[in-house]
Design a protein around this ligand. Structure first.
Ligand SMILES: NC(=O)c1ccc[n+]([C@@H]2O[C@H](COP(=O)([O-])OP(=O)(O)OC[C@H]3O[C@@H](n4cnc5c(N)ncnc54)[C@H](O)[C@@H]3O)[C@@H](O)[C@H]2O)c1
Length: 333
């Protein structure tokens, strides 16, 4: 595949998008980023054009395809991502995550670009019936956020059928970690995910650190999640795009390590890596949190030839490197 083909990355100034942009650059792909910077950071992207625009403005995204007629594929990260907020403001999530997607698809059709890699989520499954979770698990989202991603997948399926757009929803489990050189990482505010909250606590930016619930039916009573290193997610996006370019049919892929870690296992790994003991408090369960979930990633391994390279230790090491050297995120960059 010719590396002169440009790849459009929507939401490329965000957490996972910026790591994927770097990996694309490392592999020699020209990149153009489209981001409204509502949550993303301009400093997260180096040596690539960043077009500041909103997917909810159809003309803005169409103009990108006109300005870069060599775009050969799109990786679509731009969306709102907070489960809790989505339950309070459903309209905000349906509008951005679905209408934004429709505007992107229409612009792709107009420009004759047929390949789309999409950020989906294990939240489309809700509480799984079977573990590990395979892609055949029925859709049963338990939040507006998860529902918005499911609907976006369905919208894409109709553009496949009617307009020949080939797409791969990548259903991430829990994205975590940062770049190994400490240059970029998770700067999303307000931090709501377990590891960034823990990092803020260690940096003295939070008074307390709570684990939500220690009475779950798991070996240590805390929830179990599948943490996947953000650089492993990045390589999977490129493998998925190359799969589509090679004629692969539209297909969803789970992206996780296949191994679950409990909240307390994460905490203990942080204690080990940072070399510090600290107090952990237990709060009530958070409504809507599944007890445990981890991925069956067989399909991504078999079809994409993708392999997660990193585990919890590398996740915590890189997260700590990023947060301890950038306590205020990109303001310190
Ligand atoms: N972080 C996770 O654990 C996780 C898990 C599953 C799925 N995802 C999905 O991965 C994608 C990226 O997540 P992230 O953690 O990097 O979030 P993020 O907020 O850091 O990145 C999203 C980016 O999209 C931009 N954006 C949002 N709406 C836009 C719009 N209308 N027009 C242009 N730009 C817009 C934001 O400014 C931001 O830079 C999202 O689609 C999210 O739903 C994330």
């Amino acid at each position: 595949m010719s590396l002169s083909r440009t790849i459009l990355v929507t939401g490329g100034c965000g957490y996972i998008g910026s790591h994927t942009v770097r990996e694309l650059q490392r592999q020699g792909y020209p990149v153009v980023v489209f981001d409204n910077l509502v949550k993303g950071h301009r400093a997260a992207v180096r040596d690539a054009p960043v077009i500041v625009g909103d997917l909810l403005d159809p003309e803005a995204i169409q103009a990108v395809f006109r300005a870069y007629p060599d775009i050969a594929g799109v990786i679509h990260f731009a969306a709102y991502i907070e489960v809790g907020e989505s339950m309070e403001q459903p309209g905000k999530y349906f509008r951005n995550n679905i209408q934004g997607c429709v505007n992107l698809l229409e612009a792709m059709v107009a420009a004759g670009v047929r390949y789309l890699v999409f950020s989906s989520t294990c939240a489309v499954y809700g509480t799984p019936q079977r573990l590990p979770v395979s892609e055949d698990e029925p859709y049963k989202p338990e939040s507006v956020y998860g529902a918005s991603k499911r609907m976006a997948e369905e919208v894409m399926a109709w553009y496949d059928r009617t307009k020949g757009i080939r797409f791969t929803p990548l259903r991430y489990f829990n994205a975590a970690g940062a770049s190994f050189d400490g240059a970029i990482g998770d700067a999303y505010k307000p931090a709501s995910r377990l590891i960034p909250r823990l990092m803020e606590y260690l940096l003295g930016q939070r008074e307390e650190f709570f684990i939500n619930g220690n009475d779950y039916p798991t070996p240590d009573g805390t929830c179990i999640r599948d943490y996947i290193h953000v650089d492993d997610l990045a390589t999977a996006h490129i493998a998925a795009l190359e799969y589509l370019w090679a004629g692969g049919e539209s297909m969803a892929f789970n992206l996780g390590t296949g191994r679950g870690a409990s909240n307390l296992e994460v905490v203990n790994m942080v204690r080990e890596v940072v070399g510090r003991d600290f107090e952990v408090k237990f709060g009530p369960r958070r409504p809507g949190d599944a007890t445990q979930i981890w991925a069956d990633n067989t399909r991504a391994r078999r079809v994409l030839g993708w392999e997660p390279r990193y585990g919890l230790r590398e996740i915590i090491e890189t997260d700590w490197l990023w947060h301890s050297t950038h306590p205020h995120g990109f303001e310190d960059a």
